[in-house]
Design a protein around this ligand. Structure first.
Ligand code: B12
Length: 221
C-alpha cells in the first residue's frame, strides 16, 4: 500500500492540501485515517488583534469548504481501490448544544500521523506551519503506510496564548502523553465568549487570538 499512500498524498497536495499524513486510528470498523492539513494565510492571521476580523471569518469558511472537498476527493480515490471511507466534517459539532465535540478530533488524528503536536493553546501545531492550520480527517479500511507521533514537543510553553485569551479559557496546562485526554481548555468559556463578543463578526464561531499569539512566537523561534 506504500505506492497508493504516496499517490494519495500527492493527489491531495495537487488539489490544495498543504500537507497530508496517515495514522493507525479507528472510527468504528475503519482502522486507518488520512489527516489533511490546510495552511491559513499568514497575513489574514496577522490582522487578528483583540478580536477576529471579518476576513478571518471568510477565510475560515473557505478553508472549511476546501477541507470538505478534499475529504470527498480522498474518499473517491479510496473507493477506486475497493476501500470504504468516512470523512469527518471540517467544522461540525454533534450531539446538540453545549457538548462542544465533533464526530472525531482532527487534532488527535494529525498527532498520531506525526504531523505535529498539541500546544498549551490546545491547538495542533504543525511541524512547519505552526498553529495557523485547519484540519480534516478521512477514515478508511484500506491499509495505508502510517506515520508515528513526533518525539519532540513543538510548544515551548511561552504562555502567550494563556495570557492573551480574552475568555481566560486556557488552563495553562501542557499536553502530556501520560494523560492525553486531559482538557487544556474550558470549552464553554471559549464558546460563550465568542458568542457574546464576536457574534457580529463570525456568528460566534471564530476568535483566533490564541492562534495569532502562537503564530508570531512560532515564527520568531
Ligand atoms: C467543538 C469545537 C470547538 C469548541 C470546543 C473546542 C475544543 N478544543 O474542543 C469551541 C467552540 C470552544 C472551539 C473553539 C475553537 N476552535 Co474549534 N473545533 C471544534 C470541533 C468541531 C470539534 C472539537 C472536539 O471534538 N472537541 C471535543 C474535545 C473532547 O476534543 P479535542 O479538544 O479535539 O481533543 C480532546 C481529545 O481528542 C484529546 N486530544 C486532543 N489532541 C490529542 C492528541 C492525542 C495524540 C491524543 C491521544 C488525544 C488528544 O484531548 C482533548 C480533551 O479531551 C473541531 C473539529 C474536529 N472535528 O476536530 C474544531 C477545531 C478543534 N477548532 C479549531 C479552531 C481553529 C478553533 C478556534 C481557534 C476558533 C476559530 N476558528 O477561530 C477556537 C480555539 C479554541 C482552542 N484554543 O482550542 C480547529 C483547530 C485547528 C488547530 N490548529 O488545532 C479545529 C480542529 C477545526 C479544523 N477543521 O481545523 N472549537
Amino acid at each position: 500500500m506504500e505506492q497508493f499512500t504516496k499517490e494519495l498524498k500527492e493527489y491531495l497536495i495537487q488539489n490544495g492540501a498543504s500537507d497530508v499524513g496517515f495514522a493507525k486510528v479507528s472510527y468504528e470498523s475503519l482502522n486507518y485515517a488520512v489527516s489533511i492539513v490546510v495552511k491559513l494565510s499568514d497575513f489574514v492571521i496577522s490582522q487578528i488583534d483583540t478580536a477576529p476580523t471579518y476576513t478571518y471569518f471568510n477565510h475560515y469558511k473557505t478553508a472549511n469548504a476546501l477541507i470538505d472537498r478534499l475529504g470527498l476527493l480522498c474518499g473517491q480515490k479510496i473507493e477506486t481501490q475497493g476501500g470504504l471511507y468516512f470523512p469527518i466534517p471540517a467544522s461540525q459539532t454533534v450531539n446538540g448544544h453545549n457538548t462542544y465535540a465533533g464526530e472525531y478530533s482532527h487534532k488527535k488524528a494529525a498527532v498520531y500521523a506525526g504531523l505535529g503536536t498539541i500546544g498549551k493553546n490546545a491547538l495542533f501545531l504543525h511541524h512547519t506551519f505552526g498553529p495557523a492550520v485547519r484540519l480534516g480527517t478521512v477514515f478508511t479500511n484500506l491499509p495505508l503506510s502510517v506515520g508515528e507521533p513526533l518525539s519532540r514537543d513543538l510548544c515551548d510553553g511561552c504562555n502567550l496564548c494563556v495570557k492573551h485569551c480574552p475568555a481566560q479559557a486556557l488552563y495553562g496546562k501542557s499536553f502530556s502523553w501520560d494523560d492525553p485526554n486531559a482538557s487544556l481548555l474550558d470549552r464553554k468559556a471559549c464558546s460563550d465568549y465568542m458568542k457574546k463578543q464576536f457574534m457580529h463578526i463570525g456568528r460566534g464561531s471564530v476568535c483566533g487570538i490564541c492562534m495569532k499569539q502562537c503564530v508570531e512566537h512560532f515564527r520568531i523561534k
